[in-house]
Design a protein. Structure first.
Length: 336
């Protein structure tokens, strides 16, 4: 009897762990909101039976307004980071028999409108990638008590909402250390837009890591701008048309890096023999380019997992999670 009593105290977290699924999936399977009768559902029911777990219907009644929808607001669907996050998030949400509602806003005013629209539909949670320079603290605070909100990346302005960030310092440290190991002595950095907090932060981290590794750079080599192929191409033509040039170019996005590689080819320079190139966000272009491109891969799966975990915790419990990215080394930065 004592063993049976202890089993009856099993939590939803224990069931999720045993079934190797999220707590949201356990909740939806056992409440009947998840209509798929597949191997995942079978694992959940088996784990619940083994742990003698039953749904707390009193607690469930408090969430009778559940809509089975998650809102996602991004600056643009063509941005490499936003696209990667969307690709990682949508199948997980769908697997939990929920719907993903998407709002796209390239500026602060449009993002506020999208957040208002999604919250008016009473989404169960909201994930937001802020546009460059946007301050969404007022609209976040407006809904913080009723809807769990997760900001992904950028500068945290509201401390009443959750934050999932990428450890950019770790990323830049890995890039510069790798280049130093490949015999690089001087490095240029093509940053994102100057108004972006992320761009300014990475710019400062670049200089810190360059100094720490004993490498050199030049203020004329390091420039802010759009995350586009044409920007990378134009900057490289100007940079390498001037007297002296770096041994390597680090870029804030793979699209910039691809433009850099196109320009170097047009100038008759070889990558990586003459110049080494590193991108960011590990988009499909990184593995498809010739040569293949070294790039920083954001931890998309972990970002999604943590964001949904924070949403499942409900509003009123703000947390900040920082996740390390991975440097994926390919041909464009290696010693040949």
């Amino acid at each position: 009897m004592a063993n049976r009593a202890s089993k009856s105290q099993a939590s939803i977290v224990e069931v999720a762990t045993l079934a190797d699924v999220s707590t949201a999936t356990v909740s939806r399977v056992l409440s009947g909101r998840r209509t798929k009768d597949d191997e995942i559902a079978a694992r959940v029911r088996k784990a619940a039976a083994e742990l003698n777990y039953s749904v707390n219907y009193a607690a469930s009644a408090l969430r009778s307004d559940v809509t089975n929808t998650i809102g996602l607001v991004i600056p643009t669907a063509s941005d490499n980071f936003s696209a990667g996050l969307l690709d990682a998030l949508e199948p997980i949400v769908d697997d939990d028999s929920r719907q993903l509602l998407l709002g796209i806003g390239a500026d602060e005013a449009t993002q506020i409108d999208r957040i208002d629209a999604l919250c008016s539909r009473k989404v169960d949670g909201l994930i937001t990638v802020t546009s460059a320079g946007a301050d969404l603290s007022r609209v976040f605070d407006k809904y913080a008590d009723s809807i769990p909100i997760v900001q992904v990346g950028g500068r945290q302005r509201s401390f009443r909402t959750n934050m999932v960030s990428i450890d950019e310092n770790t990323a830049m440290e890995a890039i510069i250390r790798h280049l130093a190991e490949q015999g690089v002595h001087s490095v240029a950095y093509l940053a994102g837009k100057e108004v972006s907090f992320e761009s300014a932060e990475l710019f400062a981290m670049f200089h810190t890591q360059v100094r720490a590794a004993g490498l050199t750079t030049d203020s004329d080599w390091n420039r802010f701008g759009d995350r586009t192929v044409s920007r990378g191409f134009d900057c490289t033509i100007r940079l390498f048309g001037e007297r002296g040039h770096p041994d390597a170019v680090v870029c804030a996005d793979d699209t910039i890096a691809f433009g850099v590689m196109m320009a170097l080819h047009a100038l008759g320079m070889n990558v990586p023999e003459d110049i080494k190139v590193v991108g960011y966000n590990d988009s499909p272009i990184a593995s498809a380019s010739l040569p293949t491109m070294t790039s920083v891969r954001p931890p998309y799966a972990q970002i999604v997992s943590e964001s949904l975990r924070l949403i499942e915790s409900g509003p009123g419990h703000p947390s900040h999670v920082s996740l390390p990215p991975q440097l994926v080394v390919r041909v464009s930065s290696t010693r040949r």
